[in-house]
Design a protein around this ligand. Structure first.
Ligand SMILES: Cc1cc2nc3c(=O)[nH]c(=O)nc-3n(C[C@H](O)[C@H](O)[C@H](O)COP(=O)(O)O)c2cc1C
Length: 319
């Protein structure tokens, strides 16, 4: 059996090329720090080789500063993590002035995660980011729409379309990646709406709506009752969603959800993801993203793949 079925020349002579291009943005490899789990990068200085990452998604940014939620913000569950941070951030202007210069210096592509509670707020935030030095916007549409009774924008294809369309207009110079909520009842419908409204790429998943109860206190752990579930517990569901959306939309898909090893990341890349994001795993083991990059490279070398795109198993099915 040929151990190197996809090697273009002879196996071992060619180094795998880990670079990927997403909506015109070149990343040195497909491993990106997920929003809300990597601060603005500097928090992790000395804990891993930050320059070796493909990209960094910032903590969710809003037009105006937000203090975040009261009470418990993080709670561990079996193979998972619940969070209710509430988008604590200094506001986009302060981010651009105080955080962005140092973040740029770190080396990886800078992806600004944009959040908001109304279409107008999203649009103004997008316009500010458009005139900054960020490389890409990741639009978080899992935020509650205050004017529509608090239902998240990303749950419905029509509201998703409206917010993506507006942000696309307000930030016409930047590549736009839209981050989908796995809580949407019709995820392919929302994905198609986002692409129709101008999304250049999609990232998924954000956290799953979940909750925990403190049995001793006999009350919910979180003030908002529900919180977002992340970590290995969600990975198989996230993987299935990436697999399905790959068939539904023509744009690059960035896989997120419980990735904690190179093998986990490879599952998403084999499912057709153009890149991956790693979130909760970094809390437990900060160098994990460096190890994932090395593990992907080893795998490519072992199986004779030369480019990340060749991993998609629909292009190169296993035997
Ligand atoms: C503490 C925490 C904060 C997060 N904050 C944000 C955020 O501000 N914006 C966003 O789009 N996603 C946010 N997320 C979601 C992650 O970026 C990611 O989509 C999710 O955690 C699933 O990936 P993981 O299982 O690798 O953590 C947050 C996740 C965690 C755990």
């Amino acid at each position: 059996m040929n151990k190197f079925p996809y090697s273009k020349i002879s196996a071992g002579l060619n180094d795998p090329d880990l670079r990927v291009s997403i909506a015109g943005l070149r990343l040195k490899n497909p491993v990106i720090a997920a929003s809300g789990t990597f601060g603005y990068g500097k928090e992790y200085r000395g804990l891993l080789d930050i320059a070796a990452l493909g990209g960094i998604c910032t903590k969710g940014l809003t037009l105006n500063p937000r203090p975040g939620n009261e009470g418990t913000r993080l709670h561990e569950t079996p193979s998972g993590l619940l969070n209710s941070i509430g988008l604590e951030n200094p506001g986009i202007k302060v981010f651009i002035e105080k955080e962005l210069p140092a973040l740029r210096e770190l080396g990886p592509a800078v992806i600004a995660n944009l959040s908001g509670s109304s279409i107008e707020e999203y649009a103004q935030g997008a316009a500010l980011l458009n005139s900054s030095s960020i490389d890409m916007i990741e639009l978080n549409i899992s935020c509650p729409n205050v004017k529509a009774g608090g239902m998240a924008f990303g749950l419905d294809p029509d509201t998703a379309y409206s917010v993506v369309r507006q942000v696309r207009r307000s930030a016409e110079d930047k590549p736009l990646m839209v981050k989908l909520s796995p809580n949407a009842p019709d995820l392919p419908g929302v994905a198609k709406s986002c692409v129709a409204a101008g999304a250049d790429a999609l990232s998924l998943v954000n956290t799953f709506k979940a909750m925990a109860i403190d049995v001793k206190k006999r009350k919910p752990v979180f003030e908002n009752i529900s919180a977002g579930l992340s970590g290995p517990a969600i990975r198989p569901i996230a993987l299935r969603m990436v697999w399905e959306l790959k068939e539904a939309v023509p744009v690059p898909i960035i896989g997120i959800g419980g990735i904690a090893s190179a093998e986990d990341a490879l599952e998403f890349l084999l499912a057709g993801a153009a890149a991956v994001q790693v979130g909760s795993a970094t809390f437990a083991h900060p160098p994990v993203m460096n190890e994932i990059v090395a593990g992907i490279e080893d795998y490519m070398r072992q199986y004779g793949f030369l480019e990340i795109g060749e991993l998609d198993l629909r292009k190169n099915p296993g035997t």
